[in-house]
Design a protein around this ligand. Structure first.
Ligand code: HEC
Ligand code: HEC
Length: 402
């Protein structure tokens, strides 16, 4: 090839690359707008069923994922609704079946003229282990006898998109469901059956969702009552026993005309991908050494490879672990027992601005979070407890810098 040609091709390639990255930026910006803006319930015309609700927990993603790290914290909420404080109340039995009336989660808001499902009021307190009290007032009858409740903290979303890039092979080789190596830790991969075969569950406290886009579609549907091609029901979390909700949703969206387009889901995904995972602190500090020595890194694996040779330093093995009876709230998910939880990625751990820890936000400090570990993590907890006070502080300081 003549050099002039090559230069011209290079220039064209550069222009194309710039255009592509500008498009990605534009996409992330519109994704951020979609993430932050309040959706509204449709006006009450017959087919305007689309839109927020009829029952919903929050008007926007940012309604629950608030603050600099996009949550992981209890925020101030004058309206006293738990969603606006960054908590969702999930309902299910041990096998993950939703409540026959209330469905998968408490929807504390409703379109005009409709009764919301109720409200859960959160009283924050500073008690070390169970740091708050939640009182539930239901306005649509009692929960089913089998239904249990599981408060779930909205995790910080910084860097979470990267969980999708972790090489599945690296996760599967760490799984040890029968604890053959006898270390007391028997991580299990959360495999989800789909039409195209089994996929690895990566998202949610129970790893019940495989991909970022599925997680986004799920949030639009379950938390906000917004349908998409991935979640076509226009009435979100309404159940057959909530006739008023089904009627308000109408059937206008059944022709594939959804409230949220796939392009919108892609933009929100691009926004989340633009939120970087922070560089982990040096692994050579005393705190880092104690973290590994206590056995924390057996589950909170500092980094895992991607398929294209990069690494994701998210301090998780993405596996499910039985965390013992105290963290077992009786709410299962399909294929995931109620005592099992995905190793929480240690991301945006700074204990400031109302940051809370563990799936239900019970712990207000890293120390309280570690003390709440049991089950497969009992040995690690015991090793932590056996450290001197100064060593415990240095381990916690390492974690809080992640
Ligand atoms: C009503 C509150 C609420 C709203 C609204 C909400 N979320 Fe969440 N989000 C949560 C909670 C709670 C979880 C943890 C759920 C679980 O695991 O059971 C979560 C989990 C996630 C996760 C998975 C994080 C991880 O580590 O696996 C992502 C990504 C996410 N939300 C993005 C979004 C996006 C995007 C929107 C808007 C389309 C949104 N959320 C709307 C409360 C909310
Ligand atoms: C057997 C696996 C396992 C071991 C060992 C383990 N953890 Fe965890 N860790 C988990 C799981 C699973 C969760 C989520 C549990 C929940 O939310 O109910 C978690 C949650 C956490 C959290 C809260 C994260 C958040 O975002 O809320 C912190 C902090 C933490 N672990 C630190 C540690 C430290 C420090 C050690 C070592 C002393 C340790 N863990 C050992 C599995 C483990």
């Amino acid at each position: 090839m003549k050099p002039r040609h090559a230069i011209r091709l290079l220039a064209l390639a550069l222009v194309a690359a710039q255009a592509a990255s500008a498009a990605a930026e534009g996409d992330a910006a519109s994704g951020q707008a979609l993430f932050e803006s309040d959706w509204v319930t449709a006006p009450s015309s017959a087919d305007a069923s689309g839109g927020l609700g009829p029952l919903y927990a929050a008007r926007s993603c940012a309604g629950c994922h608030a603050g600099p790290a996009l949550s992981g914290r209890f925020t101030e909420a004058p309206d006293r609704r738990i969603a606006s404080r960054g908590l969702v109340l999930r309902f299910a039995d041990g096998a993950g079946n939703p409540d026959p009336v209330y469905g998968h989660a408490l929807q504390s808001q409703a379109a005009a003229g409709m009764t919301p499902e109720g409200r859960a009021v959160l009283t924050a307190s500073t008690a070390a282990l169970r740091g708050y009290v939640l009182s539930l007032h239901l306005d649509r009858g009692a929960l089913d006898a089998e239904t249990q409740q599981s408060p779930r903290l909205a995790p910080p979303l910084l860097g979470r998109a990267a969980l999708e890039r972790i090489d599945i092979a690296a996760v599967l080789t760490r799984a040890d469901p029968d604890d053959r190596d006898g270390d007391g830790i028997s991580g299990r991969a959360a495999m989800i059956a789909t039409e195209s075969g089994e996929v690895l569950g990566r998202y949610g406290w129970k790893a019940e969702i495989a991909t970022l886009k599925e997680q986004i579609a799920d949030a639009f549907a379950l938390d906000m009552g917004l349908s998409s091609a991935r979640r076509p029901r226009p009435y979100g979390d309404c159940t057959p026993r909530q006739a008023d909700c089904l009627a308000a949703a109408g059937s206008g969206s059944s022709l594939g005309d959804h409230e949220v387009t796939e392009a919108a889901i892609e933009s929100v995904a691009a926004y989340l991908e633009s939120l970087p995972l922070r560089e982990p602190p040096s692994g050579a500090s005393t705190g880092a050494r104690l973290f590994t020595g206590a056995g924390c890194a057996a589950c909170h694996v500092p980094s895992l490879p991607t398929q294209d040779g990069e690494t994701v330093a998210a301090f998780t093995d993405l596996l499910l672990h039985d965390m013992g009876p105290d963290l077992d709230d009786g709410v299962g998910a399909p294929g995931v027992a109620s005592a099992e939880w995905r190793t929480a990625p240690l991301i945006a751990m700074q204990p400031t601005g109302g940051r809370r820890y563990m799936h239900d936000g019970r712990a207000a400090t890293i120390d309280a979070a570690i003390r709440a570990h049991a089950g497969e993590a009992a040995t690690a907890r015991a090793r932590y407890m056996a450290l001197s006070e100064a060593e415990r502080a240095s381990l916690a300081a390492f974690v809080s810098a992640l």
